[in-house]
Design a binder for this molecule. Structure first.
Ligand SMILES: NC(=O)c1ccc[n+]([C@@H]2O[C@H](COP(=O)([O-])OP(=O)(O)OC[C@H]3O[C@@H](n4cnc5c(N)ncnc54)[C@H](O)[C@@H]3O)[C@@H](O)[C@H]2O)c1
Length: 669
């Protein structure tokens, strides 16, 4: 094992003067697929020149050839030889070298995003989502860590899509790091533009929490999915009953979708999740995230009937195609209470969605050898899929789109999924019906924190502090948000038992502005008293204010402004001058390059008065910015929430919309 001294030395060294040993391919790691060859000869020359900018001339002869080979073999230049020898994981903040505690917090979070246990493709610097990059190459990692290790609280580091442009003089209240990822001129924001800019080494896809150093493993998704399921359950509850004995049918046990059965268990229902890829099933089953695996449809029906009769809480993986499940449950008259889908339909032609009637192997073969037939099969399957779902919804199933482009791709395939107006889909998305009105419009979103000491005891203590704060707040909460408060208290109480920590000692907890501020202030006080070490605050970008995404986070905005991105831009600018330790703004994210602008922040709490002032100012803005925009779009829950915020904060003055009389408008047009 490397000594602490050697670790610090390697971080401080940046790009070494001598060539490190050649890279050895580690077949135990999950590697990124070969990227599209998108550059012509002149552009390849440019990519090489761009890569060599990081290194002294004496190494160019060796590196130029090596990087050309990487470009050929992987479609990108990762500079693999420069992967550091130290282990990548979140250490105790005190182990990082440097002059700024805030900069050390950033180092900790970067290392967590690249941890082999956390990152999807660690060697290619991808944290999740296939493309979500922390850096474009290992030279950028080394240079960035060196800057962070030498900077003071009078400087700010500027990160351009993974490239550390450098340190600029600033001041102690400024962010230590400003991150932008994938920001391009709007006309150059098609997926092929990303392929090219990324291959040239000038831009990257930061996803949401990958390029902003705020990923905390699968825990975030489990919580979000649990909240979605609980609230979907309430939509179908006729007499206030819970999800006990009710059946949820869905598909996908991959990166994010794999959270569905675990969330189903926490929400207390019976879930059947179809998954075509046996490897994905094995992973989730061996992790204990899904209870049982069945590959025979008759056996599945028998098992589900028994689970319904006994009101069991159980998660079942069906090894096979989801279409077969929907069709079989229809002919067998098995009533499905809740339905959704989390296959990767944002990527339908390259393995995100599998055709029915073909084995997994045969489908993969057809995908690469006969893409035209494959596309036809996919579209046939989508039509069958939608038609089977329609039969269930006619019997009373509540079906929602899970932000995976299921309805979009089904409509493109000519499936019967359009509403009567021919403009909208016949089923809502989870944000339109559930997360938007029930959470985001009130300010509830994926607040999170990381205990920078790395100690599980600190996490336990913060869980207890957060729980107490929420219970106190709940005593005086308006009835409109009592349910959300109760869900979050239940989550935090069960968080330790659910053992969700992977990587850093992190916790996610949905909270509104009041909850986030009071929890953070209580942490800061506990740090000041020496009860716990420093804490890093952050959030997912899938939240109230940080993200403008017309088919996801802002899909429940109906005043025509859902294609604008003013909110996300205001958010990041506002966070940066109210005390964030780092801020980030990205083009891209879960729904694809060019489809969303999303931003986030990180904030170090060190127990000082200055930290207390910053957290109050920044968190208040970070949530209420989005509520104000949602309120201006005439969302009733948001109007309620922003009026309440104004009552509590006299300095907040928001423009409230006047409502119109529909009859008046209809009489004009
Ligand atoms: N969980 C969330 O909070 C959330 C939120 C928004 C959007 N999404 C979307 O959900 C989708 C899934 O994300 P992921 O990270 O899990 O992707 P993934 O590709 O890792 O997993 C999808 C899984 O679906 C399986 N699959 C594909 N077609 C199938 C079929 N016909 N029958 C059965 N199984 C099939 C695949 O084998 C794969 O394992 C993405 O489009 C993502 O954007 C998820």
């Amino acid at each position: 094992m490397m000594t602490l001294k050697a670790f610090k030395h390697e971080l401080m060294e940046g790009i070494p003067n001598e060539l490190p040993p050649a890279y050895e391919f580690n077949s135990n790691l999950n590697h990124a697929p070969k990227r599209k060859d998108s550059l012509n000869k002149e552009e390849k020359k440019l990519a090489l020149k761009n890569a060599l900018r990081y290194f002294p001339k004496k190494h160019h002869a060796v590196l130029a050839r090596e990087f050309a080979e990487e470009l050929e073999e992987y479609g990108r230049i990762y500079m693999l030889r420069y992967k550091p020898t130290h282990k990548l994981h979140a250490r105790n903040i005190e182990e990082y070298p440097g002059k700024s505690l805030q900069a050390k917090a950033v180092m900790l979070m970067i290392q967590n995003n690249l941890d082999h246990a956390v990152a999807q493709h660690p060697d290619e610097l991808i944290t999740y989502g296939g493309n979500g990059a922390v850096f474009q190459n290992w030279a950028q990692y080394r240079l960035c860590m060196k800057y962070l290790a030498e900077m003071t609280d009078e400087q700010t580091l500027c990160m351009y899509s993974g490239h550390p442009m450098g340190l600029f003089p600033s001041h102690k209240d400024a962010p230590r790091v400003i991150v932008t990822n994938g920001m391009v001129i709007p006309n150059y924001s098609k997926p092929d533009d990303w392929e090219k800019f990324n291959a040239l080494g000038v831009s990257q896809f930061g996803q949401m929490t990958a390029g902003s150093y705020m990923y905390i493993g699968p825990q975030g998704i489990v919580h979000g999915t649990t909240i979605t399921l609980l609230n979907a359950g309430r939509k179908i509850s006729k007499a206030g009953e819970g999800l006990s004995g009710k059946l949820f049918v869905t598909a996908g046990l991959g990166g994010m979708s794999g959270a569905q059965p675990k969330a189903g268990n926490i929400a207390g229902c019976i879930s059947v999740t179809a998954e075509i890829n046996p490897k994905a099933i094995n992973t989730r089953h061996s992790q204990g995230w899904v209870d049982e695996v069945i590959s025979d449809l008759d056996e599945l029906c028998t098992r589900v009937r028994k689970a319904k009769k006994d009101k069991e809480i159980v998660s079942i993986a069906y090894q096979g195609n989801i279409v077969d499940v929907w069709e079989k449950f229809d002919t067998e008259n098995i009533f499905v209470d809740l339905g959704s889908d989390q296959t990767s339909l944002h990527n339908p032609w390259a393995g995100g969605y599998y055709p029915v009637g073909l084995s997994f192997e045969k489908a993969n073969d057809m995908m690469s050898n006969n893409p035209a037939d494959f596309k036809e099969k996919i579209q046939d399957t989508l039509r069958r899929h939608a038609s089977a779902v329609n039969k269930h919804t006619a019997k009373g199933t509540y079906f929602f789109d899970y932000g995976n482009a299921f309805l979009l791709e089904s409509s493109r395939a000519g499936a019967d999924v359009m509403a009567e107006d021919g403009i909208n889909f016949r089923y809502p998305s989870y944000v339109q019906d559930i997360m938007g009105p029930m959470c985001f419009d009130y300010g509830f979103g994926p607040f999170r924190w990381v205990c920078a000491s790395g100690k599980p005891e600190d996490l336990l203590e913060t869980d207890q502090i957060a729980c107490k704060v929420l219970e106190d707040i709940m005593q005086n909460s308006p009835v409109d948000i009592q349910q959300q408060m109760a869900d979050n208290i239940q989550w935090i109480k069960g968080a330790q038992e659910n053992k969700l920590v992977v990587g850093s000692q992190a916790r996610i907890l949905y909270a509104d502005a009041e909850g986030r501020i009071k929890i953070a202030a209580a942490f800061n006080e506990a740090i000041n008293k020496g009860q716990i070490g420093p804490v890093i605050l952050g959030r997912d970008h899938h939240d109230v204010s940080g993200t403008d995404s017309p088919y996801r986070e802002t899909s429940n905005i109906y005043d025509g402004s859902k294609f604008t991105a003013d909110m996300a831009i205001h958010n990041v600018i506002g966070d940066s001058f109210r005390g964030a330790t780092w801020v980030s703004i990205h083009n891209g994210g879960g729904v694809g390059w060019g489809e969303v602008i999303n931003g986030g922040f990180g904030m170090l709490l060190d127990g000082t008065k200055a930290a207390d002032k910053k957290l109050r100012s920044m968190l208040f803005w970070d949530v209420n910015n989005g509520i104000s925009r949602r309120s201006w779009a005439r969302n009733e829950e948001a109007i309620f929430a922003i009026k309440r915020a104004m009552e509590n904060e006299p300095l907040l003055k928001i423009t409230i919309p006047n409502t119109t009389d529909n009859e008046l408008i209809d009489s004009i047009y």
